[in-house]
Design a binder for this molecule. Structure first.
Ligand code: KIV
Ligand code: ZN
Length: 515
């Protein structure tokens, strides 16, 4: 019998470590439900000790998910493990993932610990985690730059202590496929009790090799891959789930394991959802989920595909859930049709009030735009969720004037800390003028790092989805907004980003803190 490859998704944890990709509790639950529909085996829902918000989010995901295992990350510290155990108490199946760094540079410079102390602490952490669940995973952080004999020693000790999955992270994306595959094979051969644990890999994409390294590991015995939707993650990201899954499925002649349990038709839905929630657009030529991944531009290719699809296509667009833009709802659709279609997209409302609010927005949109597509619905729900609790800035109205040969001018009315204020500004373009007018009121002291506009569907009546990335004092946030008017979408995105940066945030990063 062929082995099953365990798909461990860490979009909600490592993915959220991308600067600006933070998600609200509701958004995390929405993504978790979409991942459950995709039938991933494990959902790493977060790092519960990081902040009360992170704890609540892991708990909410654990309570909402039935079919996938829900995992919480914990440093090799009692307090982290206790918090993770508490957050996962309601899970149908819960896993604690504990880690400590094992590379010489991390042990010496970051942990300031001797190798013996690291082994002792790793063992202690695994035993502690086993008090909460039998499903314990251990990671030697920066394994990709660790000494092999020391890695073997640590792995043998944690497997003896009860770790059932040992995950080998290439934390800094330094490894290359052949060498990383050899590392996995050697560890499996040299660790005496390696048959008592599943070997997993967690590869970062700093050299663009995350997927290739993960697949090389699979060819050498790894049976769990940690990955994220759209390859989101710390710095250059993690291995992309869609790439790993489709590679193993498409090249089933090469891989000694299967991903048949994954419902690949949910891939596109997950990709769009994560992109719309985080505001991280998917590059058009991104493998599997990019807008051009199944588009054939050259005449020769088009001709070939029309004669026989297999001439230029190795996968079917339908297999990843790519349907040609079909109109799903319109102006005359009722609440039931609206609710049903959203349910099919994995979006459910917690209350009638929430449904009513989203439905009112849908009606507004349908007045401006005749055909409403799935992408519009996703953006609309994301926008309903974008309203943060305790928002300090609210966009009341915006008027812009743009004329050939004249300097664009914007007049904006904002509610800032409960007080309505108006301001005007001129700028290089209407968006520039609108941002300046907003900042005259808020005086945020932020730096604009990124401004990007994407059309959600095609056509000039399409909604523009805008992402604004701001930085202040080293903290980076992303704001989003969608509207059929891109100047209004831009102002909404800017206000959303300002609200995020104005909100206090106290959150620990899992990999920088002292142990
Ligand atoms: O990259 C890494 O090493 C991690 C660990 C916590 C698994 O994210
Ligand atoms: Zn990582």
């Amino acid at each position: 019998m062929t082995d099953k490859l365990i798909i461990f998704d860490t979009t909600l944890r490592d993915g959220e470590q991308s600067p600006g990709a933070s998600m609200t509790l509701d958004e995390k639950v929405r993504i978790a439900k979409a991942l459950e529909k995709l039938r991933v085996d494990v959902i790493e829902a977060g790092f519960p000790i990081a902040s009360p918000g992170d704890f609540e989010a892991v708990k909410a995901v654990a309570d909402a998910i039935q079919d996938s295992t829900v995992c919480g990350l914990a440093r090799a510290l009692d307090k982290d493990i206790e918090r993770a155990g508490e957050a996962l108490a309601g899970a149908n199946a819960g896993r604690i993932h504990t880690f400590i760094a094992t590379s010489p540079i991390h042990m010496k410079m970051k942990l300031r610990m001797e190798p013996d102390q690291v082994v002792e602490q790793a063992v202690r952490a695994v035993k502690k985690a086993r008090q909460y669940t039998a499903d314990v995973e251990f990671s030697p952080e920066d394994a990709g730059r660790s000494e092999i004999d020391f890695l073997c020693r640590v792995l043998e000790a944690v497997i003896d202590a009860g770790a059932r999955t040992v995950n080998i992270p290439d934390t800094v994306g330094y490894n290359v496929p052949d060498q990383f595959g050899t590392l996995i094979r050697t560890l499996r051969e040299k660790v005496p009790n390696s048959d008592q644990a599943v070997f997993s890999v967690h590869c970062h994409n700093d050299l663009g090799l995350a997927t290739a390294n993960s697949l090389s590991a699979v060819l050498n015995g790894a049976r769990q891959v940690e990955c994220t939707i759209n390859g989101l993650g710390e710095r250059a990201g993690n291995a992309a789930l869609e790439e790993v899954v489709m590679a193993v499925r498409t090249r089933c002649d090469i891989f000694p394991c299967t991903v048949d349990h994954i419902d690949t038709t949910q891939i596109m839905n997950c990709s769009r959802l994560v992109s719309s929630i985080t505001g991280f657009p998917v590059q058009p030529n991104k493998a599997i989920v990019g807008a051009n991944a199944f588009a054939h531009e050259s005449g020769i290719h088009q001709d070939g595909v029309l004669k026989s699809r297999e001439t230029y296509e190795i996968m079917r667009a339908e297999d990843i859930g790519l349907t040609t833009n079909k109109m799903v709802l319109g102006k005359h659709s009722g609440r039931n049709a609206f609710r049903t279609r959203l349910k099919e997209l994995g979006i459910e409302f917690r209350s009638e009030a929430e449904l009513n609010e989203a439905f009112a927005r849908f009606k507004e949109l349908a007045d401006k735009k005749h055909e409403i597509y799935d992408e519009d619905l996703q953006a609309l729900v994301t926008e309903t969720n974008l309203e943060l609790e305790n928002e300090r800035v609210k966009l009341v109205s915006l008027h812009v004037c743009s004329e050939t040969g004249e300097t664009p001018e914007a007049r904006v009315t904002l509610e800032f800390d409960g007080r309505e204020q108006e301001s005007t500004a001129t700028g290089g373009g209407p968006v520039d003028a609108a941002f300046k007018a907003i900042d005259r009121v808020v005086q945020s002291g932020t730096e604009l790092l990124l401004y990007s506009v994407n059309n959600i569907t095609t056509g000039t009546d399409s909604q523009g989805e805008v992402t604004v990335r701001l930085e202040k004092g080293g903290r980076i946030v992303n704001g989003q907004g969608a509207d059929t008017d891109i100047v209004i979408a831009s102002a909404k995105a800017y206000v959303n980003a300002l609200n995020k940066i104005l909100a206090p945030e106290e959150r620990a990063h899992p990999q920088t803190g002292d142990v």
